[in-house]
Design a protein around this ligand. Structure first.
Ligand code: ZN
Length: 256
C-alpha cells in the first residue's frame, strides 16, 4: 500500500468528508465537500494543500463546500458526467469503469446509481479503499430517490464484489440507527450481534463507527444480505427473488 495519511472530517450534522495526503508528493485528495470550514481547518492544521476533489453525487450536503474549497486551492474537481448540470465546478467528468489519476493515486470509478441516478463510488485498488458515499452505509444503504430497488441492488452487488478486505468510507454517521433496524430483520446473526455491541460502545464514546470493510458489511449488513435465505424467511418471503427481498428491506427501513 502506498504511504497515504487519511483524515476523516465530520461535517454538518452527520456527514463525513475524507482527506488523503500523500507525503511523498505533497498531494491531498478530498472526497466530497459537505462544508468548507471544517475541511479547511484540517488542511491548515496539517499544512496540507488541496490538489484534487472527488465528488460522488449532486446532493447539497456533499457539494456545498465545493466552490469555496476549489477557489482557495485551484484543485482539480472530478465528478460524475451524468451530474454535469447539477454539480458546479467539475473539471473531469467520469463514468462507470473509468480509471482516473487523482494527483498520482489510481482511482477506478464504479457507477452506483439508485440513491441518485448519477451517483458514483471511487475505488482506490492499490490502497484497498472505496468511497461509497450514500450508496452503501455501515450496516445500511442509501434511500432510493432516483431509481428503483433493482438499480440500487445491482449497485450494492458491484460493491459486494470488491475484495472483502477493502476499507469502506461512507457519507454519513447513520450506523447506530442502521444497527437498530438490522437486528429486527436478521436477529440470529451472531456476527451482527457482536458488531452492534461494538457500534453501541463507539457511539457512547463519541467515536466514529467508520470506516468499515466490504467483508464486515457482507457478514452483517442486511441490505448486502438480501440473497440470504435467513433474511427472506424472517420477512416471510422464502423463495422470492432477491431483489424483492431487498425492496422489502428498503421499504421497512424507510418507515422504521
Ligand atoms: Zn445523498
Amino acid at each position: 500500500m502506498e504511504d497515504v495519511q487519511i483524515a476523516l472530517v465530520p461535517c454538518l450534522t452527520d456527514n463525513y468528508a475524507v482527506l488523503m495526503h500523500v507525503p511523498a508528493t505533497g498531494a491531498t485528495i478530498l472526497v466530497d465537500a459537505p462544508d468548507a470550514q471544517p475541511i479547511a481547518q484540517v488542511l491548515t492544521q496539517n499544512n496540507w494543500k488541496l490538489t484534487c476533489i472527488l465528488i460522488t453525487h449532486h446532493h447539497s450536503d456533499h457539494i456545498d463546500g465545493l466552490m469555496m474549497l476549489k477557489a482557495a486551492s485551484n484543485a482539480t474537481v472530478v465528478g460524475p458526467a451524468l451530474d454535469k448540470d447539477r454539480i458546479p465546478g467539475l473539471d473531469v467528468l467520469v463514468a462507470d469503469g473509468d480509471e482516473v489519476n487523482a494527483s498520482g493515486l489510481e482511482v477506478k470509478v464504479i457507477a452506483t446509481p439508485g440513491h441518485t441516478s448519477g451517483h458514483v463510488s471511487y475505488w482506490f485498488p492499490k490502497m484497498g479503499v472505496v468511497f461509497t458515499a450514500d450508496t452503501l452505509f455501515a450496516l445500511g444503504c442509501g434511500r432510493i430517490f432516483e431509481g428503483t430497488p433493482q438499480i440500487m441492488w445491482e449497485s450494492l452487488k458491484k460493491l459486494a464484489a470488491l475484495p472483502p478486505e477493502t476499507t469502506v468510507f461512507c457519507g454519513h454517521e447513520y450506523t447506530l440507527s442502521n444497527a437498530r433496524f438490522a437486528v429486527t430483520v436478521d436477529p440470529h446473526n451472531k456476527a451482527l450481534e457482536q458488531r452492534v455491541r461494538k457500534v453501541m460502545t463507539q457511539h457512547m464514546k463519541g467515536e466514529a463507527t467508520i470506516p468499515t470493510t466490504i467483508g464486515d458489511e457482507l457478514a452483517t449488513n442486511p441490505f448486502m444480505r438480501a440473497d440470504d435465505p435467513a433474511i427472506a424467511e424472517r420477512l416471510g418471503m422464502v423463495g422470492k427473488p432477491e431483489v424483492e427481498v431487498f425492496a422489502e428491506l428498503r421499504r421497512r427501513k424507510d418507515s422504521f
